[in-house]
Design a protein around this ligand. Structure first.
Ligand code: ADP
Ligand code: ADP
Length: 230
């Protein structure tokens, strides 16, 4: 069964036709790589999947996107729930200027969790899942801004995991990182797919080959090839 399904999806920015008749089917516990030259619509697709583009002037989506059997553009869809179900990681690590602990506890606190014991457990579990616990367990109250870029990106992933999404979207999550941090992120992606469904934008064919099950090639707003990566 597919957890993410785009069906005859067209996206416009005013008159500009940014995505043309996109049809993709992503199964649970898989990694799908979106690949293609700059400006072909990969980020647009990702930002359409969690309705982040709603706020963009002139943005319009036609067709259907199903996530977990609900149509995300149905007027009845709860966008707050959607944002909980679909976590997003960006190219540049963007930790909040607060402690490591508070970064990870941020989402759960917004969702009303206040008990310290419960937050402690979520923070530890999320940092472990993001392969960061051993690096930071002795300095949870230090500022996140003092971490390396690679650690910051794993912290951002832990922050996303703490809200327990089913789907994680990653927009070139390693392209701002050094090779060692990049391979740690790739290893992490392979571990995370046991529990989550992941969509990753990359412009590296090699990275797509290393981390993904399926690949969709975008060109000028169209998917020109889609299928098993290997
Ligand atoms: P990619 O992620 O593959 O580099 P994008 O999705 O960022 O591509 O962009 C696809 C096309 O849509 C580009 O031509 C880009 O200029 C255009 N585009 C992206 N965002 C906007 C926007 N907010 N308003 C107008 N055009 C946009
Ligand atoms: P990146 O290469 O990191 O995806 P971009 O420079 O393509 O960054 O886009 C940065 C931001 O600018 C995005 O929010 C995108 O939607 C917006 N954007 C891109 N192209 C256009 C455009 N032609 N008109 C307006 N906004 C755009």
């Amino acid at each position: 069964e597919s957890i993410i399904k785009a069906e005859s999806l067209d996206v416009y920015y005013d008159q500009f036709h940014a995505l043309k008749n996109i049809n993709l089917n992503m199964k649970k516990n898989t990694v799908t790589a979106l690949i293609g030259p700059s400006g072909c619509g990969k980020s647009t697709f990702l930002r359409t999947l969690n309705r982040m583009n709603d706020l963009v002037d002139g943005f319009r989506a036609e067709g259907n996107i199903w996530i977990d059997n609900y149509n995300i553009y149905d007027p009845k869809t709860d966008v707050v729930k959607l944002r909980r179900d679909v976590g997003m990681v960006f190219q540049r690590p963007n930790p909040f200027p607060m402690s490591i602990y508070d970064n990870v506890a941020y989402g759960p606190r917004i969702h009303g969790i206040t008990k310290k014991k419960v937050l402690d457990e979520i923070v530890e579990k999320s940092l472990r899942q993001a392969a960061l616990w051993d690096d930071v367990k002795d300095r949870l109250n230090s500022s996140a801004m003092g971490m390396s870029g690679g650690q910051q990106q794993r912290l951002v992933i832990a922050r996303v995991l703490a809200i327990e999404p089913g789907v994680i979207l990653m927009d070139e999550p390693a392209s701002a990182l050094d090779p060692i941090s990049t391979s740690k992120i790739e290893e992490l992606i392979l571990e995370l797919k046991e529990k989550f469904t992941i969509v990753i934008v990359t412009h590296s064919m090699q990275q797509a080959a290393r981390v993904s099950d399926d690949t969709a090639f975008f060109l000028n707003g169209e998917v020109i090839e889609y299928g098993n990566t290997n």
